[in-house]
Write a protein that binds this ligand. Structure first.
Ligand code: ALA
Length: 381
């Protein structure tokens, strides 16, 4: 089949990733940090190595400031609920995924937290002046996605971080769609918290992700429990133990380490350039189909390798169904868990069909998607 739903999760995983998971299950499968015998030490080393690789990828000084989580949603919940207190105010954008919006809505309903969503243009960009104007004296956090999972636009997170820091407010970046595909430099941008998932552009397994928290930023842990360290007293405050109670997903993290190693070897800049070329090729082909509406930045503008479309007279679900049944092409249809992004492009009722490419997508697969769309369009004429 032709898999073009990489914005939901990358598939297939790299052979290196599968090998590392297998190796962990076969040779390193003890409980890390819960024993001094050889196998437990090997398991702990797997996790340490992955933490170090992730730190290299994002230019994080001390890998202990990275906590592994279940996914980006888990990381975002931990960051938002761990920092925001009753009565506080948060600034965010209309483009956010429910992984940001729903924790904020929960805080609004239960802890009198207020939040302001900054609007976006149909191309998926926000006005930085509007963002700055939304900051109030009680604003304690700015949360923004690095790229929209519906529109594909990339937000200027370094500029947003500058605004936040001028006002002494921390910034949390949702890098679910960018980690591994778009350069992110924590030291250069001063981003205070970065939530990432392991199973998209990092090529890891589902059930892996993480949260970077600036060393001196106080964020409450989301759960307490066994950490394998300092068993006798209350929850240890030492990082990353504070944020990682419970047995971790060691095999998943072994795979994540191999995925990040691959990315470091290829170079994020090169990955971005290839993905940019692939999505431009797809969009240039789609442009030749007048019945097709493409959303987001114009062909040639920087974006993550996804594009949402609608074909006149065909519902997104029907289009995705036809792509699957007649052409063996897998894409995501409908609403993609970011209602404000859909409002922004006028697809709140119907949704879109989203094509999600990645570094491993081939030109032939892109061309097959263009040909399939042309064919379906002709059938509906
Ligand atoms: N958040 C993922 C997506 O955009 C699952 O599809």
């Amino acid at each position: 089949m032709i898999y073009l739903d990489n914005a939901a999760t990358s598939f297939p995983k790299l052979p290196e990733v599968i090998k590392a998971v297998n190796k962990c299950l076969n040779e390193e499968g003890a409980n890390p940090g819960r024993g001094g015998y050889n196998l437990a030490v090997k398991a702990a080393r797997v996790i340490f190595n992955t933490r170090e690789q992730v730190a290299r990828l994002f230019n994080i000084d001390d890998s202990a400031n990275i906590a592994f989580t279940l996914n980006a949603t888990d990381a975002l919940n931990m960051a938002i609920k761990g920092l925001v207190k009753p009565g506080d105010h948060v600034v965010t954008t209309i483009l956010e995924h429910n992984a940001v919006l729903r924790p904020l809505q929960w805080l609004e309903m239960n802890l009198q937290v207020a939040f302001t969503k900054v609007a976006a243009s149909p191309e998926g960009y926000i006005d930085l002046k509007e963002l700055e104007a939304a900051i109030r004296p009680d604003t304690v956090l700015i949360v923004a996605n690095h790229a929209s999972n519906v529109i594909g636009s990339i937000l200027p997170i370094a500029d947003i971080a500058d605004i936040a820091h001028r006002r002494h407010i921390p910034i949390l970046v949702d890098a679910a769609q960018t980690a591994g595909g778009v350069p992110i430099d924590i030291q250069a941008t001063g981003i205070d918290m970065l939530a990432f998932t392991g199973h998209k552009a990092l090529f890891g397994l589902q059930g892996t992700g993480g949260l970077y928290i600036r060393e001196d930023l106080e964020v409450m842990e989301s759960r307490q429990g066994g950490t394998g360290s300092d068993s006798s007293g209350p929850q240890p405050m030492v990082r990353p133990d504070r944020y990682e109670s419970g047995t971790p997903n060691t095999p998943g993290l072994a795979g994540l380490g191999a995925g990040v190693e691959f990315i470091l070897k290829e170079g994020v800049e090169n990955i971005f350039a290839r993905e940019q070329a692939l999505i431009e090729r797809l969009m240039a082909g789609f442009k030749g189909i007048p019945e097709l509406t493409m959303y987001g930045p114009a062909v040639g503008a920087k974006r993550v390798p996804l594009v949402s479309v609608n074909l006149a007279g065909v519902s997104p679900h029907m289009l995705a169904h036809t792509l699957d049944k007649a052409f063996d092409i897998g894409v995501r249809a409908g609403l993609h868990c970011a209602p404000g992004a859909h409002q922004t492009i006028g697809t709140a009722n119907t949704g879109t069909v989203r094509f999600g490419l990645n570094y491993l997508t081939t030109e032939d697969e892109v061309d097959a998607a263009i040909a399939a769309l042309s064919d379906i369009t002709k059938r509906h004429e």
